[in-house]
Design a protein around this ligand. Structure first.
Ligand code: PLP
Length: 461
C-alpha cells in the first residue's frame, strides 16, 4: 500500500473514463450455456433473437469471444452527465465500527433515476434509436428500471411504454410521476390493453399483478406495434456488459492509489450490477493474475443462488422469452412480499451462474430486518440514504469488517452501493415502527417453484 493519503472520494477525470465495456466471457474457460429457443430447444440464432431485441444488443448477447466492446461516443457523452460515479472511502463507517478493515463503496445513486440501471438504459435506448425504431416497451416492478429507461428514451426521442406491476403503481405514485415527467406512458399491469392482460384480469379480478405478468404484457405490446422492441433491465448478458462501466471505473480509481480489494461484495437481483462491479477483477482472476474473494448477497426470500438449481428455465412467467441456463427458483416462484423490490427475480444472469457453479464466487442470503439495521447504521454515519437492495451489500460488508476487528486483519473491502432509497420510505417506516418481519421460505415452497422448471433434456449443451 502506498503512503499516499487516500481521499474520501476518488474521482476520475473525464478523460480517464472507460471507453470500452469488458466482456468476461472472453476470459472464461467454461462459457455460459447458450439461450435456447423455447419451441425448438436449439440455441437461439441472431436472427431469432432480433425479433424480440434490438440487433446490436443481440450481437452483444451472443458474443462470447470479444473481450472489449467500444462504448459509442453518444453513450459516453450521456455518461459524462452523471459519471464517473464516486468511489468513496467509508472512513466514517470504519471509525464507527472500530475496524482495521478499509472499506470502499462505489455509489451509483447519483442520478435522477437513483440507481445503476441508467448505465444500461442509455445504451439500450441508443441502439434502439440507431436501428431506427420508434420506441421500446418494458416492465418495471419496483420502478427503478422504468425510471431509468424513461430518462434514456427522453434523451434520444424514443417512445417509452412501461408496464408497471399494479401494486407498485399504486404504492409508488412518485416513481410513476417521474416516469411521466420524462414522457413515458405508464400502464398498471395487468391491464386491458393486451390479450394476456385481459385474460389474467378475467381469471383473477382484483389481482395486484406480478413481474412475470408485466413482462408478458410488455413483450406482447412490442410485438403488436411496428418499430417497437422489448428491453430488459437486468439478467441478460448485454445488460451485465453495459454495467461493467461500474467495475472498470472502480478499478481505474483504485489503481490510481495502488489499492487492491481483498473482498468484493454486491447485491444480486438479476445479477447485472454485481457482474458489472466484479467484471475487471474477475477477469484478472480468470487469467490467473490476481485473487479476490467475491460475494453475492441475495434476500432470504428470493435465494436463487443459495437454494436454487442450475438448469434451463423460463425467464418469464408467460414463457415467451428464450430459455436460459441459470441458477433459478423456477419462473412460477412467488417470493414473499419483502421490501427489496429490485431483488425479487427468480433467476440469475447466466455468466454469474456459471462463475458461481465453477466456484469463483460465494453467495449468502440475508433477512430484511438485518438489512434495514445495516442501512440505518450506514445512513447515520455515511450520510447517504441507501436503497433496500443496496443495503444487502452493506450488511455483508459490515459483517466482513467486524470479522477483521476480531482477527485484526486489515482487509480491503469493496462493495457496490447501487442506489438511493427515497422511494422506499414505506419500507423504512415499517422498519422504524418495528413492524417488519423476516420470512424464510419453507423447503416445500422452494420445491414448488422448482417443480415448474421445464422438463427438457438438461444436458448436452
Ligand atoms: C434493480 C436494482 C438492484 C438489482 O440489480 P441487478 O443488477 O438486477 O442485480 C439493486 N439495487 C438497486 C438500487 C436496483 O434498482
Amino acid at each position: 500500500m502506498s503512503e499516499k493519503k487516500i481521499p474520501y472520494k476518488i474521482y476520475l477525470e473525464e478523460s480517464e473514463m472507460p471507453k470500452q465495456w469488458y466482456n468476461m466471457r472472453a476470459d472464461m474457460k467454461n462459457k455460459p450455456a447458450p439461450l435456447l429457443n423455447p419451441k425448438t430447444l436449439q440455441p437461439m440464432t441472431q436472427e431469432e433473437l432480433s425479433s424480440v431485441f434490438c440487433e446490436e444488443l443481440c450481437r452483444q448477447e451472443l458474443d462470447e469471444n470479444t473481450a472489449y466492446f467500444d462504448i459509442p461516443e453518444e453513450i459516453r457523452d450521456f455518461y459524462k452527465m452523471y459519471r464517473p460515479s464516486p468511489l468513496v472511502r467509508a472512513y466514517c463507517l470504519e471509525e464507527k465500527l472500530q475496524t482495521p478493515a478499509k472499506i470502499y463503496y462505489k455509489f451509483e445513486g447519483n442520478n435522477t433515476s437513483g440507481s445503476h440501471k441508467l448505465n444500461s438504459a442509455i445504451a439500450q435506448a441508443y441502439y434502439a434509436k440507431k436501428q431506427g425504431l420508434k420506441g421500446v416497451t418494458t416492465e418495471t416492478g419496483a420502478g427503478q428500471w422504468g425510471t431509468a429507461l424513461s430518462m434514456a428514451c427522453a434523451y434520444f426521442g424514443l417512445d417509452c411504454q412501461v408496464y408497471m406491476v399494479k401494486c407498485s403503481y399504486e404504492q409508488k405514485p412518485f416513481r410513476r410521476e417521474v416516469m411521466r415527467t420524462y414522457g413515458a406512458n405508464v400502464t398498471p399491469s395487468p391491464s386491458n390493453t393486451t390479450v394476456v392482460g385481459r385474460k389474467i384480469l378475467q381469471e383473477f379480478p382484483g389481482t395486484n399483478g406480478s413481474l412475470g405478468c408485466a413482462i408478458s404484457e410488455a413483450v406482447e405490446a412490442a410485438g403488436a406495434q411496428t418499430g417497437y422492441r422489448y428491453v430488459l433491465g437486468s439478467v441478460l448478458n448485454q445488460v451485465l456488459l453495459h454495467q461493467t462501466v461500474i467495475g472498470l471505473e472502480t478499478k481505474a480509481a483504485m489503481d490510481k492509489y495502488d489499492i487492491k480489494p481483498d473482498v468484493i461484495i454486491g447485491c444480486a437481483g438479476g445479477g447485472s450490477n454485481l457482474g458489472g462491479l466484479i467484471a475487471p477483477f474477475m477477469g484478472k482472476q480468470l487469467r490467473g493474475e490476481e485473487n479476490y474473494e467475491f460475494i453475492a448477497v441475495e434476500p432470504a426470500t428470493c435465494p436463487s443462488l443459495t437454494r436454487g438449481k442450475y438448469v434451463y428455465d423460463y425467464c418469464d412467467t408467460g414463457k415467451v422469452c428464450p430459455l436460459s441456463k441459470m441458477y433459478t427458483l423456477g419462473s412460477g416462484y412467488m417470493p414473499a412480499g419483502t421490501h427489496a423490490g429490485g431483488l425479487r427475480y427468480h433467476g440469475m444472469n447466466p455468466i454469474l451462474s456459471q462463475l458461481y457453479d465453477d466456484g469463483y464466487m460465494k453467495a449468502v442470503s440475508v433477512h430484511q430486518t438485518e438489512v434495514f439495521k445495516a442501512a440505518q447504521e450506514f445512513a447515520r454515519v455515511e450520510g447517504i440514504l441507501p436503497a433496500p437492495e443496496s443495503s444487502h451489500a452493506i450488511k455483508i460488508a459490515i459483517d466482513e469488517a467486524m470479522k477483521c476487528k476480531e482477527t485484526g486483519e486489515e482487509k480491503t473491502i469493496l462493495f457496490g452501493l447501487t442506489g438511493t432509497g427515497y422511494f422506499d420510505m414505506f419500507a423504512y417506516a415499517r422498519y422504524n415502527d418495528g413492524e417488519m418481519v423476516d420470512y424464510n421460505p419453507t423447503d416445500e415452497e422452494i420445491a414448488k417453484g422448482l417443480s415448474g422448471i421445464p422438463q427438457i433434456p438438461q444436458n448436452g449443451f
